[in-house]
Each structure stands twice: as C-alpha cells, then as structure tokens.
Design a binder for this molecule. Structure first.
Ligand code: FAD
Length: 496
C-alpha cells in the first residue's frame, strides 16, 4: 500500500511542482495535502531553467503554449557569459551539441586539428542553438533539433502549478506551521501543527519550506554539507525591470569583481539580480552596482536574499523528503535548482513505498540525489576556478582555492588531451564542459590523433559542411520575439 496521506509543507515552486506531479501520477491511491502560508510567501526568484523541464511538462501532460502563455515565458537556448575569463571576454554555453562527434573522438578534436592547420572559424559557428541565440532567433524544428528551455515568471509559475495540482486533487491548507510532532519511538513525523491549534497528520512528508528546512533540519536534524569554500557567493538582490526590446532567447550571466549579475528576459518584463560574496561587497554597494547596470524602468522593490551554498546530508530522512531549497542550494549560475526539484520529485515517484518505507529506497534516493548535486557543484566551481581573472580579492580567492578531486581530474584530462567523459548520467554533457572550459580560457595542449588522419581537403570539407548546415538552418528561423508572440503570446492585461 502506498502512503495514504502525503503532506507537502510549503507552496513555492518545489511544493507545487511536487503536489502537481504526485496528484497527477498517484491519483486516488494517495491523498495529497499542501500547507502554505501566504503571509510568509515564497523566495520569489527562479526564472531561468534548463531543457529537462520540457520533458517534465510533457510527462505531466502540460500543453506547452498554454504553460508559456500563463507564465509569460520565453524560450532559452543557453547562457551568455560576460567577463568570466577576463573583463571584456564573452562566451556562450548553449544547449544542444556542437559539430558532429566521431565515436572515437568528440568534435572538439577536429576543431582543434583545424586550428593547427589554419582554420580560424570560431567553435561557436558549429552549434545551431548558439548561432540562433546570437541572431535572436527561435522556432521548433522537426525531431526536436533545436534544444531549449524556458525563462518564466516564478510567481505566475507557482499559480499555474497550483491550478494544475488542485485540479488533480491536491487539497491546500492555508496556515503557518508552528511545530512538528514526532513519534517518540520511531522518530518519524506524525503531524504538522499549525496556527489556530490545527493539526495535519500524514504518512509521508515533503519538506518544501525553502531555506528554512523546517521539517528536515528543524525537526529531524538531517545535517548539511557546507560548500561555501568552493561556491563563495552568499547573497543576492533581485529586481524586475521593464523590457526595452524584444526578449532574447538566452539568459545573461555577467561577472563582476565579487560575483555576477543575471538578466532573464520574459515576455512582459526582465528579471535581474546580482549575486555576490558579502565578504567582498556589502549590500548597498551591490545594489548600487545592480542599479547601475540594468536597462528599463525598475518595477519592483529590491528583494534581498542570503543563502549558504551546500547540500542537505540526508535528503530523505525517516518519513520526510526534502525537495527544493530545503534540500540545498548551489547558487543560480547555471539555473539548476528547478531541475533538482524535478529530479527529486520524479525519483520519489519511482521509489514510492508500497507499504512501510524501505531503508534501501531511502539509501538509494539519497545516493542518487547527492550524486546529482555533487556533479552540478563541480560544474559550477569550474566557472570560478578556471579563469584568468585576478583583478580583485574575490577572484584571487577563487584562483587559490583547492577544488574537489573529481573536478581537478576533469580539468587536467581536458587540459592534457581535450577529452571529456560524461559519467553516471550526469546532467551536463560533454558539449557543456567543452564550451565552458574553453570559454573560461582552458585550451587543451593536445587532441586525439584520429583527427590528424584527415587530409587538408577532407578536414576543410568536414568543417565547412558542418558550418554551412548550421548557418543555413539558422537563416530559416524567425525572430524569437515574433515566434513567441505567435505561439504563446500572453495578453498584455496579464502583465505584472
Ligand atoms: P520557497 O519559494 O522559499 O517556498 C517555501 C514555501 O514554504 C513557501 O510557500 C512558504 O510560504 C512556505 N513556508 C515556509 N515556512 C513556513 C511555515 N512556517 N508555515 C507554512 N509555510 C511555510 N532556480 C532555477 O532553477 N533557476 C534560476 O534562475 C534560479 N535563480 C535563483 C536566484 C536566487 C538568488 C536564488 C536564491 C534562487 C534561485 N533559484 C533558481 C532557486 C529557485 O528559486 C528555487 O529552487 C525555487 O524557487 C524553489 O524554492 P522552494 O519552493 O524550495 O522555496
């Protein structure tokens, strides 16, 4: 028998994503109750996503155009990184692939061989998503040939998910959780105590209370691995501005001397924020810097956020599963948090207990979830570690910091051989690692000998055919803004 009553504590993106998926998937076999407090509210950020969300929506039977209209969403083809290798530098981390891999060697080996033979065209010219992004173009292509994600309004996304979850049977209770009642014997959670002397009992509890981690840490003390020595930013300020032109199909991450700044273009406005290490920049200076580097009228009060980068040691502990920020946070640079929510929810559904919670399920869930987080953590650290920037104490600290062995090994392998291997179904595939490592300034010292087998003529032909294919397909795409307006344009009245 599956748990009869699943109680979701918290109604942010995590809570409603979980409730919607559980209600839709488990149907009448479980009752899903969500408790949230309007007075407390949500974190109010989280607007840039990565491609697996497209599949999550498909799994839940969510119509894409309807979803995008409801959330004022635009398409995202990747992230434009400014000033990361050094001030004034720029590179793009795109979704999709670059060139064409041979089974024995990735495309980067052929491109590097080309460089040694005088082919100076940029690595970027071989990636359709990247070329389309720089031309501000987008369309759906047959066979999902253009990989994309969404940029969306987090407040509207919450509302959209709530409608979906309630329509599928989730029952919402408004109230503040004041205490968590534990069973004296097992240590399991028995009930949430709410203001007004209310009590919500359950069999399985999802902690979606955000950074507070009221259940998983506050009541169950699951422990936290602090990663601030690798991911030193601990503060952010978010604010929204009016659009000054058609939305670009990409998010921007602009490095500054103590962190970086984001820019996320939606249909009705732009999301902006500055992420920084409070050790090197105080709030007032960060706000001033943010306000000095935005376009368009400011629409909202600045939303100040503090966080500790790291992961909950046990994401599933006793009868409680942490989903969302309660499970940890690794800063928003590669927009991976909503993805981790999605992974946790799908994983939990796959491991839904048939009766008593099995310790093997718990152990497996925790292993898999932590593996996802560690792999993403390493990819994020790469952006701070591999750079020529030494122009501020922040960047000098990053240059000097020791990194995890798993990352050192990846960096050394690429530097020496141009090879990257995707291990254990990790989220970021070879193309991501190659683009970011080269974009951050790490150029390999050698490459695979198989690329040297091609004659000059064969190599020139291979490279020009691949470039032409990309250029020709990109030329057929319409402007992104026009495509969004036609496909999923939200009525102006919806504009926040
Ligand atoms: P929250 O939104 O904080 O929700 C917590 C819920 O718990 C709320 O409903 C609250 O009312 C409820 N609650 C708390 N305490 C109580 C109580 N005592 N009683 C009752 N209810 C309670 N992710 C991305 O994928 N892409 C991004 O671009 C991105 N950018 C980010 C930028 C910043 C600066 C930060 C900090 C995060 C960003 N994230 C991003 C992460 C993303 O915002 C979160 O993963 C996502 O919003 C989920 O948050 P949550 O639901 O876990 O927490």
């Amino acid at each position: 028998m599956t748990p009869r009553r699943i109680v979701v504590a918290g109604g942010g993106t995590a809570g409603w994503m979980a409730a919607a998926a559980l209600s839709r998937t488990l149907g009448r076999t479980a009752e899903v109750i969500l408790v949230e407090s309007d007075a407390i509210g949500t974190v109010g950020v989280g607007e840039s996503t990565i491609p697996p969300l497209v599949n999550y929506n498909r799994l839940l039977g969510i119509g894409e155009a309807e979803f995008m209209r409801a959330t004022q969403a635009t398409f995202k083809l990747g992230i434009l990184f400014d000033n990361w290798k050094e001030p004034g530098s720029r590179y793009f981390h795109s979704f999709g692939t670059t060139g064409k891999d041979h089974w024995s060697a990735g495309f980067q080996h052929y491109w590097l061989e080309g460089l040694t033979r005088g082919h100076t065209q940029s690595y970027d010219d071989y990636c359709l998503e990247l070329v389309a992004a720089f031309q501000n173009k987008f369309a759906h292509l047959p066979d999902d040939r253009l990989n994309y994600a969404y940029q969306l309004d987090s407040g509207l996304y919450g509302r959209f998910l709530r409608q979906l979850a309630e329509a599928a049977g989730t029952r919402r209770i408004e109230g503040r959780i004041t205490n968590v009642e534990l069973d004296g014997g097992s240590g399991n959670i028995v009930a949430l105590l709410l203001d007004g002397d209310r009590r919500v009992e359950g069999d399985l509890f999802l902690d979606c209370t955000g950074f507070r981690g009221l259940l998983i840490e506050g009541a169950l003390h699951a422990g936290f691995d602090d990663w601030t020595h690798w991911l030193p930013c601990d503060s952010a300020i978010a604010l929204q501005t009016a659009s000054v032109g058609p939305p670009e199909p990409y998010t921007r991450a602009i490095a500054h001397d103590a962190g970086w700044q984001w820019r996320i273009p939606l249909q009705h406005r732009v999301g902006n924020g500055i992420v920084y290490a409070s050790r090197y920049l105080d709030h007032d200076a960060a706000l001033e810097r943010l306000l000095g580097n935005i376009e368009g009228a400011v629409l909202t009060e600045p939303n100040k956020l503090r966080f500790v980068t790291g992961a909950r040691r046990r994401q599933w502990h006793r009868n409680c599963v942490a989903i969302g920020l309660s499970g940890g946070f690794m800063e928003p640079l590669e927009a991976t948090s909503i993805h981790l929510i999605q992974r946790a929810v799908l994983r939990l559904i796959r491991m839904m207990p048939a009766g008593e919670i099995s310790p093997s399920d718990v152990a497996e869930f925790n292993d898999q979830q932590m593996q996802d987080m560690v792999q993403i953590r390493d990819f994020l650290i790469l952006h701070y570690k591999v750079t020529d920037r030494r122009d501020s104490p922040f960047w000098r600290q990053c240059a000097a910091m020791p990194v995890p062995d798993t990352l050192s090994q990846k960096i050394a392998l690429f530097r020496d051989t141009a090879r990257v291997f995707r291990k254990n179904e990790e989220l970021f595939a070879e193309n991501s690692w190659v683009q970011v490592m080269m974009g951050q300034g790490l150029m390999p010292r050698s490459h695979h000998p198989v690329a040297g087998k091609l004659t000059d003529e064969e190599l020139a032909k291979l490279l020009s055919v691949l470039r032409d294919q990309v250029a020709r397909t990109a030329a057929t795409l319409p402007p992104h803004g026009d495509y969004v307006a036609r496909y999923c344009g939200a009525p102006r009245a919806d504009a926040a």
